[in-house]
Design a protein around this ligand. Structure first.
Ligand SMILES: [Zn+2]
Length: 110
């Protein structure tokens, strides 16, 4: 379980009870989506996780989040103890075409 019950409640409040991707109410059927996918070394903890419908989570699959999505995430997490995983900030500022290498370097701490 990457997210504690307290963290889950905080996420639900910050997202206004809605799915991160489609903005529709998500309720008790929320799934945990990793903004930077696990397959690419994404952190399995709250600073890299949002609540999403199962279908929206599956649709996102293993793509990286867009700069708009990262900005929205950062705004939701402002003044929150849940935090933002630093590689997401590096990705937001990546040059177009350099997204993957930027993420890999940020995760490696280079
Ligand atoms: Zn959704």
């Amino acid at each position: 379980m990457p997210v504690s019950p307290d963290e889950y409640r905080l996420m639900d409040v910050q997202q206004g009870g809605c799915c991160f991707y489609c903005g529709e109410p998500v309720g008790a059927k929320a799934t945990f989506d990793h903004l930077i996918p696990l397959a690419y070394g994404g952190l399995d903890a709250a600073p890299n996780v949002v609540l999403a419908h199962r279908r929206c989570n599956q649709r996102k699959a293993d793509r990286l989040p867009t700069p708009e999505e990262i900005d929205r995430f950062v705004t939701q997490r402002r003044r929150s103890q849940l935090g933002v995983w630093p590689p997401l900030l590096a990705l937001r500022d990546a040059e177009p075409g350099d997204e993957w290498i930027t993420v890999a370097r940020a995760i490696a701490g280079l």
